[in-house]
Structures are given as C-alpha cells and as structure tokens.
Design a protein around this ligand. Structure first.
Ligand code: MN
Length: 203
C-alpha cells in the first residue's frame, strides 16, 4: 500500500532566539513545538480516523469530523504561513515593488494599511487571526479576520500575510497586552516573502 501522506511541522527558517524581544525564545519555542505541533498531530489523527473507518467500512460522525478537520488543518496552514512571513530582529525591511503598489492603490498608504490590519488583529474576538489576502475576483488585496482557525474564512482567497492573535501567540511576553504585540509585529514582517507571494499569485 502507498505510504500515507500526512502533514508535517515545518522547520523555521530562523532560530528560536532570533525574534527577541518581539518574541522571546520561550514564547516562540512553545508556540511552534507545542501549539503548532498539536494542530499537525490532530490533523493527521483525523486522516488516520477516516482511513480506518474506510478500511472497516464503519460510520463516522461526519459533522464532528468535518468541524474538527477544518479547525486543525486551518490551524496548521495559518501557522505555516505566519512562520514564513515573520522576519528575525533587524531583518524586516519595507514593502516594495508590486506589493507596495497594490497596497498603496487599495488602502491609500502603507500607514493606512497597517492601521487597518492592526485594527482587524486587535478586534478579533477571543482567538483568531488577522489575514491579508488577494482576491482574484476583484484583483485586489483584502483584509480577512479569521476566528479560531477557520471561522469567517472566505474560500479561494490567496493568503499574503497572517498574524496569530491567539493568547498562546503572545501571552508569555505580553500578558493581556495584545496591541503591544501587534505593534511590535510591524518590525518583524518579512516583506520580501509577502511580496513574493503576491508575485506568484499575479503570474
Ligand atoms: Mn498559534
């Protein structure tokens, strides 16, 4: 039988200490090796469960399985996007090229874009994400606020940049001060990666 295809916890392109003081070594390590890893493991467990049910020709509680699958795979994918769009301390840079052009055209200015993205991040109820996407229907960037890892997500939109605003993402370093974490994030955006994502979508 063909080997089962499963999700994998991606390696980070930087060290656990490289984000300080935006994210401490402890904060980043726990987030990646405990929280993200748990979503990967849970997503794979759901695939195993479906495989087994098919082998046994058994029934599943499909509503529960689908809900869990959306949450766990959504969590895995969003974390993977975020690790890539974060830059180590001092390596953040500024938006350039097509990305600068598209953001300026849509939001009026980069400052206005940052203000809106921060407000989306700050107002996510409970646990969630601020997401910058590109819509191929209107050919422009849009903001999306995802609750949990999946609620309010719009299908088909292509992800450019994400920020996790679950408490587990910042609580060790910032306690309840989410706004300070979001503010510090702006010095740690890997604009090159975000720009590359846009270029790939526009191709
Ligand atoms: Mn997280």
């Amino acid at each position: 039988m063909e080997q089962a295809k499963r999700y994998e916890l991606p390696k980070l392109a930087y060290g656990y200490k490289d984000m300080a003081p935006f994210l401490s070594e402890e904060q980043l390590t726990v987030h990646h090796t405990k929280h993200h890893a748990a979503y990967v493991n849970s997503a794979n467990a759901i695939l195993d469960k479906m495989d087994k049910a098919r082998q046994d020709n058994a029934d599943l509680d499909w509503k529960a399985v689908m809900k869990d699958m959306s949450f766990q795979i959504g969590g895995h994918i969003l974390h993977k996007f975020m690790w890539e769009n974060l830059a180590p301390t001092g390596k953040g840079g500024v938006p350039a090229g097509k990305l600068l052009e598209e953001l300026t055209k849509e939001f009026g200015s980069i400052e206005r874009f940052k203000k809106e993205f921060s407000a989306v991040a700050g107002s996510a109820e409970g646990s969630g994400w601020a997401v910058l996407v590109y819509c191929l229907g209107t050919h422009k960037p849009l903001l999306m606020q995802v609750e949990k890892h999946n609620v309010n997500a719009i299908p088909g939109f292509r992800i450019l940049m994400v920020l996790d605003v679950w408490e587990h993402a910042y609580y060790i370093d910032y306690k309840n001060l989410r706004a300070k974490y979001v503010e510090a994030f702006w010095n740690h955006v890997n604009w090159e990666i975000v720009g590359n994502r846009l270029e790939a979508i526009l191709k």
